[in-house]
Design a protein. Structure first.
Length: 295
């Protein structure tokens, strides 16, 4: 089971993401980014966070520790934003926390301090995203952190925010057709770093077996799996996740991403998009900040 902690202090919401997580301190003196069961994305986003994050960790990728956080909405009674307070009020009980990496910076492709990214590591990350159909690690929203950013230790990539993965579980009736479906990698955040997909597939595909998947899926709380349409009990839902991911891993030859564009090609594509966007604008509107979710 995931380690369980009790929230002791509500610090602040993080309103930059659609799920509106919050920074919370717990009784183990740790600080966590908590994603709430009452968020609009629902509990399936938390299921995806657990399965993909813990699978990534077992495959040797860096994912901040995940914990179950028992949250009392009374802790957020002083939150001034009504929408956020309503979210907290709807999220009493067990929620999902991720270890808060103090001082971490958002990764932006082509920028210091992780440039160039190791093609082997890039391949592993893309392989995990392809296996789990993660649609939310793009050049516009990388969901990668660089940490640490200072000191003697070299900066490393850390994977966060996997709630948009496992898209098949939003429509179980079509899950079988999705097992060998190709992965759209054209805008992947690490596509310009020559990901070594062949090496990643040879290393990781044999490791994603039923035993490993049962261990990972077993970490999801029963309460987040109950009431799933078409399933009589949480155990049946777990079996469906295990079966789908095991079969998809065995079919990796069908969906393995290859033929990534070079960094120069990506830069040229960005230039063309910028030029097209500026065409016809008045002079005062020619240069608009393009933050793509960056702070």
């Amino acid at each position: 089971m995931l380690r369980e902690v009790t929230a002791s202090r509500y610090i602040e919401p993080l309103c930059s993401g659609g799920s509106v997580p919050a920074v919370v301190e717990a009784d183990d003196l740790g600080t966590y980014v908590v994603k709430f069961t009452g968020a609009a994305q629902g509990r399936k986003a938390l299921v995806a966070e657990v399965i993909v994050g813990e699978l990534g960790r077992r495959l040797g990728l860096r994912v901040p520790e995940l914990v179950l956080v028992d949250f009392d909405p009374a802790l957020g009674a002083g939150e001034p934003q009504q929408e956020v307070r309503e979210l907290l009020d709807a999220s009493g009980g067990i929620n999902l926390g991720m270890d808060y990496l103090s001082g971490a910076a958002d990764f932006a492709a082509g920028e210091f301090p992780v440039d160039p990214v190791d093609p082997v590591e890039a391949g592993r990350i893309v392989w995990l995203d392809a296996l789990t159909a993660n649609v939310d690690r793009t050049v516009h929203s990388t969901n990668l952190l660089v940490w640490p950013t200072r000191g003697l230790a070299p900066p490393r990539l850390w994977l966060i925010d996997h709630g948009a993965a496992l898209v098949f579980h939003h429509r179980w009736a079509g899950a079988e057709d999705a097992r060998g479906k190709a992965y759209d990698f054209r805008a992947h955040a690490l596509g310009g770093y020559a990901p070594d997909m062949r090496a990643a597939d040879a290393e990781l595909a044999p490791r994603v077996d039923e035993e490993l998947l049962r261990e990972v899926v077993g970490l999801v709380p029963d309460a987040w799996l109950e009431g799933e349409e078409g399933f009589a009990a949480p155990g049946e839902v777990r079996d469906a996740y295990v079966r789908h991911l095991a079969e998809r891993a065995a079919l990796s030859a069908r969906w393995l991403p290859t033929g990534f564009p070079s960094a120069a090609e990506l830069s040229e594509a960005d230039r063309r998009r910028r030029d097209a966007g500026r065409a016809g604008r008045p002079a005062w509107l020619q240069h608009v900040p393009d933050l793509h979710g960056r702070r």
